[in-house]
Design a protein around this ligand. Structure first.
Ligand code: LER
Ligand code: MN
Length: 255
């Protein structure tokens, strides 16, 4: 109700166990407040549930794949994406990153095929080095997806301004480089606070997204500062100004 009143079009959920979700009840609430679901984030499946695509144990990897398939089935109910980043998992001592990337590729391909059969897209997020030990930059993830996206499989990219600010030489240039694969966007400022509370130039970023014709969601993914509601309010108020500015400028200058 609050999200809707603030003017957001959608919500995005962090999910651990899809079986615990009351689908019909959630649909009823979303319809009542005219809010869609932009995606289901999977990071907690790893952080809380200990499941990762890079697990050397094949049984554990299969469990990770199974869980993401269940999340994809849930996402299909809400016409939402499945968002993968941290679920790739950090590597234990002695684990080889190249070997891990092969397991991640296989896991992701299996999940993406299943998701596509249910009409669902999976987007993979470059995550900064302090949270994940590899697949940090746009270039690295694009190269990896070049291998994943064979034989009809299409995993897209989720670009998060917080991670890009740490890892990529330029946020706008990174967005342009990933344009063919761009599936979803996360906005947070340089300090993970609401857009407008740090030093990322969202005016420039929104102009680039508009110029590329990006028509997906932009999800605000920020720390609850000063609190949950306050962060949601600060974010949308600031972004409305940014979007208005882009509206005025786009026709005349950058297209
Ligand atoms: C997930 O989308 C993400 O960006 C992570 O940094 C959250 O821990
Ligand atoms: Mn993110």
């Amino acid at each position: 109700k609050k999200i809707s009143a603030l003017g957001y079009d959608a919500v995005e959920f962090l999910i651990t166990n899809p079986a615990a979700i009351h689908v019909e009840e959630l649909k009823r609430l979303l319809e009542r407040y005219n809010v869609k679901v932009s995606g289901f984030r999977t990071g907690l499946v790893y952080l809380k549930g200990g499941l990762r695509f890079s697990d050397p144990d094949a049984v554990m990897r299969a469990r990770a794949v199974q869980r993401v398939k269940e999340i994809a089935k849930l996402a299909a109910e809400f016409d939402a994406q499945v968002l993968v980043g941290l679920m790739q998992g950090n590597l234990g001592k002695g684990e080889d990153v190249q070997r891990a990337k092969v397991w991640i590729k296989e896991s992701l391909r299996e999940c993406a095929r299943f998701a596509a059969d249910h009409g669902v897209t999976i987007s993979l997020e470059p995550v900064n080095r302090f949270e994940l030990g590899y697949h940090n930059t746009v270039a690295e993830v694009m190269e990896f997806l070049g291998e994943v996206n064979q034989d009809g499989v299409k995993v897209r990219m989720l670009l998060d301004t917080f991670h890009m600010n740490i890892e990529d030489p330029s946020i706008p240039a990174g967005i342009v480089a990933a344009r063919e694969l761009l599936g979803h966007v996360h906005f947070a400022d340089s300090n993970r606070y609401a857009p407008g509370c740090g030093h990322i130039n969202f005016f420039e970023i929104v102009k680039v997204l508009k110029a590329l014709g990006y028509d997906g969601y932009i999800t605000v993914e920020v720390l609850p500062v000063p609190d949950l509601y306050g962060a949601a309010k600060l974010s949308i108020e600031y972004l409305k100004t940014v979007l208005l500015y882009a509206e005025v400028r786009v026709g005349g200058s950058i297209l």
